[in-house]
Design a protein around this ligand. Structure first.
Ligand SMILES: [Zn+2]
Length: 511
């Protein structure tokens, strides 16, 4: 039997840190359910000390993860962080505290303002403290890629001696070349006493587009878990992408002497779900999960693929869930079929919520006749937005044309139930509606990105607008809205981004 490579997913922690990708607890739970279905071995559920919202997410994911999946909570090498993580993890059957420190010169000197010895002392005390609270403690050596090798070995030795069960070497800046990185991992494994009693893992970023190659180099050097995210979401250029690493291992199992337990047919759904929730579009030519990953357009390629798929295709699209058995619902499908489909998609609702969704489903089925999975997801997310909204857009009336002055009249209800009717003129219908909305809402944001997409198929498709709004403090918020009318979608998306901005600042302050 080949080595099992454990998949440590950090979409909900490192991935979520990427600008504009923040998710609320409800959204994180939806992603977590899909991660469980994918069969990941570890879910890094959040950074409990960072906000009450993150704390709650870790708690709730701990509850849903069950026996087979470890739930990890991220901390800095700070006692309070570690205490908070342990508190959040009480619900988890297999809890793990992840703690660590920058080990490169630039991290120690400029970020942490510590000497090398102080760094080692801190590693020892934090790992020991974490071990006094849970049995499973991961030490991460941040920026190991640029760290001095001798110091890295000392740091890892200190963590192993202090009782770490997992050692994670991180090329945090995605700086190394794959061979060099593999050599570094191999050397640490060789020089640290007792490393055979702990698990050695790698965590890399994609700054040079090498994240998958670096992960594989780590595996060849002896690492067994790999840390990664769905769609390679993450800080800057992102983390190693789960689907790429998993499929590369799968294609080369014997050469790598390795396998994973990931249910690859769930990869595409996971990718779409994360893209939808975060508003981070997957580029069409992205490996494994891009829209064109299995498209052949040149005549020569098409001819080849028609004669034998293997000529230009190394992966069967069905293997990653890119073509699945499609289930289409209609108005005649009934409650049982809808509930069954929702369960398959990873949602569970109590009877009252389910009835609400059933009503919305019937409305849509009347309009569209055929209801696809994407339609159901848009119903659920649109409803979610309404339930948690601070401001709700009730109505929008637009007047525009040549030579008219574009004018918008918006009706907005605030969370106290007060109805506001406002109007504004602008350079176009969108500008007018955003200005009208700005008259009611209490916060300010600048629109920095605007994208329109048909999320469902057919001429009667629903148009979804995704906007990015930058708040005065520089934080980016994604808003989404969908409607048959694209200007209404755009206005809903803007209100949604504003709501998220307010909710995030409340969740940070614990309200
Ligand atoms: Zn990272």
């Amino acid at each position: 039997m080949s080595r099992k490579i454990a998949i440590f997913d950090t979409t909900l922690r490192d991935g979520e840190q990427s600008p504009g990708s923040s998710m609320n607890t409800e959204e994180k739970l939806i992603v977590a359910r899909q991660l469980v279905r994918l069969g990941v071995d570890v879910i890094e559920a959040g950074f409990p000390a960072s906000s009450p919202g993150d704390f709650r997410s870790v708690q709730e994911i701990g509850q849903l993860a069950g026996e087979d999946c470890t739930v990890a909570a991220f901390t800095r090498a700070v006692t309070e962080d570690i205490d908070r993580a342990a508190e959040a993890l009480v619900t988890a059957k297999k809890p793990r505290i992840v703690t660590g420190l920058g080990v490169s010169e630039v991290h120690l000197k400029d970020k942490l303002r510590m000497t090398e010895d102080e760094g080692l002392e801190r590693i020892a005390s934090c790992v020991k403290h974490a071990r006094s609270l849970v049995d499973d403690v991961e030490f991460y050596a941040e920026d190991a890629g640029r760290a001095d090798l001798d110091y890295l070995v000392c740091a890892v030795q200190t963590a192993v001696d202090a009782g770490a069960t997992v050692i994670n070497l991180a090329d945090t800046t995605g700086f190394c070349l794959p061979d060099e990185w593999g050599e570094k991992v191999r050397t640490v494994a060789k020089r640290v006493t007792g490393i055979e009693n702990v698990t050695l893992s790698v965590h890399v970023h994609d700054d040079l587009g090498l994240a998958t190659a670096l992960s594989l180099a780590g595996i060849r050097a002896g690492a067994t878990p790999v840390e990664c995210t769905i769609n390679g979401l993450g800080e800057r250029a992102g983390n190693a992408s789960l689907e790429e690493v998993v499929m590369a291992i799968r294609m080369h199992e014997s050469l790598l002497d390795a396998h994973t337990d990931i249910k690859t047919t769930e990869l595409m759904r996971a990718s779409r779900l994360v893209s939808r929730i975060t508003g981070m579009t997957v580029q069409a030519n992205k490996a494994i999960v891009g829209a064109n990953a299995f498209a052949h357009s040149s005549g020569i390629h098409q001819d080849g693929v028609l004669k034998s798929r293997a000529t230009y295709e190394i992966i069967d699209p069905a293997e990653v869930g890119a073509v699945g058995s499609e289930i289409i619902l209609s108005a005649r499908s009934g409650r049982a079929a809808l509930r069954h489909r929702l369960t398959d998609l990873g949602y569970s609702f109590d009877d009252k919520d389910f009835e609400d969704i059933y009503e919305l489903f019937l409305e849509m089925a009347d309009q569209k006749k055929e209801v696809y999975d994407e339609d159901l997801e848009s119903i659920i997310q649109e409803r979610e937005r309404d339930v948690t909204a601070v401001y709700t857009l009730n109505a929008l009336q637009i007047q525009c044309g040549d030579p008219l002055v574009p004018t918008a009249v918006a009706t907005i209800t605030d969370e106290l139930g007060v109805k506001h009717v406002v109007s504004a003129t602008g350079t176009g219908p969108m500008d007018a509606s955003y200005k009208a909305i700005d008259r009611v809402v209490a916060v300010h944001g600048d629109l920095t990105e605007f994208a329109v997409k048909a999320i469902t198929r057919g001429i009667d498709a629903i148009g979804e607008v995704t906007v990015r709004v930058t708040a005065d403090d520089g934080m980016v918020y994604v808003g989404r809205g969908s409607d048959n009318d694209i200007i209404v979608s755009a206005a809903k998306a803007y209100v949604n981004a504003i709501n998220r901005m307010i909710q995030t600042s409340r969740s940070r302050s614990g309200r």
